[in-house]
Design a protein around this ligand. Structure first.
Ligand code: BG6
Length: 277
């Protein structure tokens, strides 16, 4: 069962319900901002997020595309897809427990003004007892295209002080707060601001919370960002309450930094994530 709904200001989203899950996906940014199963809510959403044209939703899974981060000064931070309108191509109710949603975003005169490429970006979200999201970029231009991107997932947690992230031990990472290259033999726990870009990631990641365990399986990527703003930065972030840092951790399946992709004309690349809990 699904329907198109909107907030009072006209901001539209799709509401989906099946045997296993319920979800809400904004047409802006193909942005899933709610996914709930009988085990609870997988995604964190800021209580004060905007749902407004041209403003990224704070929480859920923003799509950072065609750039992750802010290294490319000609583009907005994390690219432009998260604030663009996607077309809803189809919703397929495969069976009582599986719903597939396909959304699409293509180049226009406006996108070519800031990023001079012809492209098709397709997002397929499968809602069942696990959440699957597939982001496929096709280069429709005649020239080669460089791509960096991320599924910038905000996971809902009980308390930031009580989580452990497994699967990134011994992997090289750039600590973007100090600009140092490092690696750790231990699993990750968080007791201060963290902003790291891991490379050479080839295993599933397990997020352990006191109430649940979330398994992340990513394909098409070998980089992962782990981010939490902690106290000071959180108090300055847009659309975030000052204590919000306690409630989420971002673990972002990415093609970032050394894991950029070069796409030849007419070639496609898919980045995908399956999150189960
Ligand atoms: C993370 C970055 O991916 O996104 C952080 O590593 C950044 O440095 C965070 O602060 C949030 O970015 P934004 O643009 O959504 O506020």
């Amino acid at each position: 069962m699904y329907s198109i709904k909107s907030f009072e200001n006209g901001f539209e989203y799709i509401e989906i319900q099946n045997e296993f899950a319920s979800a809400k996906i904004a047409l802006q940014g193909a942005h899933i901002f709610e996914y709930v199963t009988k085990r609870g809510s997988l995604l964190w959403l800021s209580e004060i997020s905007a749902f407004q044209s041209g403003v990224a939703i704070r929480g859920g899974i923003p799509l950072c595309w065609p750039r992750f981060g802010s290294l490319d000064s000609s583009l907005p931070q994390h690219g432009f897809a998260r604030t663009e309108m996607f077309e809803l191509v189809e919703v397929i109710e495969k069976d009582a427990a599986t719903t597939e949603i396909l959304m699409r975003f293509s180049d226009s005169h406006a996108t070519r003004q800031i990023w001079d490429y012809k492209f098709v970006l397709e997002v397929k979200i499968t809602l069942t007892q696990e959440l699957k999201i597939e982001l496929t970029t096709t280069n429709k231009d005649t020239k080669e295209m460089m791509l960096t991107q991320a599924l910038h997932t905000y996971f809902n947690i009980t308390d930031i002080s009580n989580i452990t992230i497994k699967g990134l031990e011994e992997k090289p990472y750039l600590d973007t707060l100090t600009n140092e290259q490092r690696s750790d033999k231990n699993s990750i726990t968080v007791d201060k601001e963290i902003d790291r870009v891991y490379q050479e990631v080839d295993r599933d990641i397990i997020l352990i919370d006191i109430k649940k365990e979330i398994k992340l399986h990513t394909e098409g990527s070998s980089s992962v960002i782990v981010w939490n703003p902690w106290i000071e930065k959180c108090s300055k972030m847009s659309y975030m309450n000052k204590d919000a840092y306690k409630e989420f951790i971002c673990i972002e399946s990415a093609n970032a930094f050394d894991d950029f992709k070069m796409l030849k004309s007419q070639k496609s690349h898919t980045l995908s994530l399956i999150a189960s809990f």
